[in-house]
Write a protein that binds this ligand. Structure first.
Ligand code: FES
Length: 167
């Protein structure tokens, strides 16, 4: 059986081949690991945040597909110099999908994972600080719910494996 290649646009292919800000960040202010239950892929997001709560730098590690690497890469560039509030409000998976020139619909979740990991990192930053600003919603956003923490992901995947084994 031959596999039909996904119709990625040239911008995604370029970002996949030459990702920006790939790799761990030793002096990150906050780090978040998130996984996607749809495919089991994981991503780590690193943010360096200034005292004024501006994103100075961002980087990522991805164990995901080309779409995830491309969207994560573009997110790290889009948020550089933004306040955490602007990052939170402006960076949605739809905006990121537009920014990479569109994704095949079966790959939407890969961009959702990138944004979910980012939002989890911002939420974690305020948890570590012990105080949250009024613009941060108490309830998890769609993207955060889709980007599960490592343990939740492991549980979800093992449940799925069990139920598939019982079929
Ligand atoms: S298929 Fe898992 S992140 Fe794209």
């Amino acid at each position: 059986m031959s596999r039909v290649p996904l119709p990625y646009n040239p911008k995604i292919l370029d970002l996949f081949r030459n990702p920006k800000n790939l790799g761990p960040m030793e002096d990150a202010t906050v780090t978040a690991v998130a996984g996607n239950p749809a495919c089991g892929d994981m991503i780590t997001f690193y943010l360096k945040i200034s005292e004024q709560e501006i994103v100075e730098r961002a980087s990522f590690e991805s164990y995901g597909c080309a779409a995830n690497i491309a969207t994560s890469s573009i997110v790290t560039e889009m948020i550089k110099g933004l306040s955490l509030e602007a990052t939170w409000k402006d960076i949605t998976w739809k905006r990121v999908t537009e920014e990479v020139g569109g994704l095949p619909s079966v790959k939407f979740h890969c961009g959702v994972l990138a944004v979910g990991a980012l939002k989890r990192a911002i939420r974690k930053y305020y948890e570590q600080k012990g105080s949250a600003p009024s613009w941060l919603p108490q309830d998890l956003t769609f993207e955060e719910k889709q980007a599960l923490e490592e343990e939740e992901l492991a549980k979800t995947l093992s449940k799925r494996l069990k139920s598939e084994a019982e079929k």
